[in-house]
Design a protein around this ligand. Sequence first.
Ligand code: SF4
Ligand code: SF4
Length: 172
Amino acid sequence: MSAAAQLCLQCGLCCNGVLFSDVELRAGDKATQLTSLGLDIFRKGRKQAFTQPCKCLERDLCSIYANRPMQCRAFECTQLRLVDQGAKPLSAAERKIREAKRLAGEVAQLCRDLGHGDETVPLNRRYAAIMSEPMDLAGDERGVELRGELMLAVGKLVEVLERDFLRAAVKE
Ligand code: SF4
Ligand code: SF4
């Protein structure tokens, strides 16, 4: 197994609703077939997309790997590319994944604490829902505090995701 493949096996961040909230289908994808395989496909403007966390992700593994959609085949995060190019050791990329998962776990826990524990909803939507709720500044001290912690945690997570997973891979 390649080093890059080993990396994905312990990650799942591009499938579990942390990096993306949905994934658009591309030319060549067959929506009917993908639906029968278990993907939750919906209309997104003029396109079709499937929801994240992906219904076909099982313990960080894609259960429809051989038949996965085009975008899933095409996407390579920064860490995967760097390891693939031989520009970064596997162990360093693994550390980045552990860090991102730890931060995502903190955000998820704060969302749960604030009453948004539905794991079928991507993190950014749970965050948006919490922030759109009215806040009782005078009567709910704990809620105000938790929201502040959530904003900080989301800021850190977004920084790590953008820097370490979504930017073009360049030698480090
Ligand atoms: S985020 Fe990167 S390392 Fe993680 S599963 Fe996706 S492509 Fe693989
Ligand atoms: S189909 Fe497979 S590779 Fe694509 S998002 Fe779902 S679990 Fe990930």
